[in-house]
Design a binder for this molecule. Structure first.
Ligand SMILES: Nc1ncnc2c1ncn2[C@@H]1O[C@H](COP(=O)(O)OP(=O)(O)OP(=O)(O)O)[C@@H](O)[C@H]1O
Ligand SMILES: [Mg+2]
Length: 321
């Protein structure tokens, strides 16, 4: 497959930027470097992230710190049952002094958007966010406006407390490139957090700016993927579709997302080509949340993650000669 090559030192440069971002986020968020790397992977692949984790696990802290390293604008939207679509996109209001309508931009007009507890808002409001995510533009009173670039939505869903919530339908979950499950910090990270509890996210310094970030996204597009790796991705998604305990397997969008995420991940690691390991590493993050199990398998406690693990075990990567 012909792709324009990337200069080797350009990939190495992106790798240094990525390391600097991880280090800088680490000043406010005490946890695994992997968490920040996954966010960066989604950002470079122009995807969005579904963040899952119990309350108080530093989801907000992480996302705020991440946006600061990118020199990006950050907005947080708290989803509630009475939130309206226009609370996300914005509205035209009458300016009394000039007697004209001016746009009051909603919180969607930012580079990094944290949608907190997205499952608390009714479907209509959820879809306003999901549409904006997909199309990277919004229509307000008939006028279509582009959203800032790059743009990434990180939406949280609280796994506990299901009462009075509107879980995202499958079709909407599929819009998220990656689902990231945040776990409790290790005892040493938690202790470090306790010892430095005065640390402010405001101390986190920018490493890159939005314009350069958009350039890095373009570089990621040119990361090379061998044809045998595409076959490997197809093998994995087809396995999930054929699985006898699965009701809905991974979509073609999921397959495409896995390839794009693998390219972004390769670049962050300083490579201009994808390795099978990029795919193996990302498959659980990209595929699990889009696989729907049959009710009885669900009741028995089978997890979509286990289906992906099975696919990784049974589908071999075959190198062409
Ligand atoms: N791993 C961690 N690193 C740094 N700070 C942490 C960590 N875990 C918890 N904290 C601290 O705990 C507090 C709560 O964090 P934060 O508000 O980011 O959590 P959250 O997951 O967004 O919570 P919620 O689910 O209620 O929105 C903050 O003061 C934060 O600094
Ligand atoms: Mg929070």
């Amino acid at each position: 497959m012909a792709t324009e090559g990337i200069e080797r030192n350009l990939a190495a440069h992106v790798n240094r930027i990525a390391s600097a971002i991880v280090a800088e986020v680490g000043r406010a968020y005490f946890g695994q470097a992997e968490t920040t790397e996954i966010l960066l992977t989604a950002l470079l692949a122009r995807g969005h992230v579904l963040l899952e984790g119990v309350p108080g696990i530093a989801k907000t802290t992480l996302v705020k710190a991440f946006s600061r390293t990118l020199g990006a604008t950050f907005k947080r939207i708290q989803f509630t049952p009475d939130l309206l679509p226009s609370d996300i996109t914005g509205t035209y209001i009458l300016d009394m002094r000039t007697s004209s309508f001016v746009l009051r931009e909603g919180p969607i007009f930012a580079h990094v958007i944290l949608g907190d507890e997205i499952n608390r808002a009714p479907a209509k409001t959820q879809s306003a966010l999901l549409e904006a995510m997909q199309e990277r533009q919004v229509t307000i009173d008939g006028e279509t406006l582009p959203l800032p670039s790059p743009m990434i939505v990180l939406a949280t869903q609280n796994p506990i407390e299901q009462e009075g919530t509107y879980p995202l339908p499958e079709a909407q979950v599929d819009r998220f490139l990656i689902k990231l499950t945040m776990r409790y910090p290790s005892p040493s990270d938690e202790k470090r957090m306790l010892a430095t509890c005065t640390r402010e996210v405001e101390e986190v310094r920018p490493v890159i700016g939005p314009a350069d970030l958009a350039e890095v996204q373009k570089i990621a597009d040119h990361v090379h993927v061998e044809e045998d790796l595409l076959d490997y991705v197809l093998g994995l998604v087809q396995h999930s579709r054929r699985h006898r305990r699965v009701y809905l397997g991974a979509s073609p969008r999921a397959a495409l997302g896995l390839v794009q995420a693998a390219k972004a991940h390769a670049l962050l690691k300083g490579r201009d080509f994808v390795l099978p390991d990029d795919i193996k590493y990302l498959a659980p993050h990209v595929l699990s949340h889009r696989i729907l199990l049959l009710p009885e398998a669900d009741l028995e406690g089978l997890l979509p993650e286990a289906v992906v693990a099975e696919a990784l075990e049974s589908i071999p990567y075959r190198k062409r000669r």
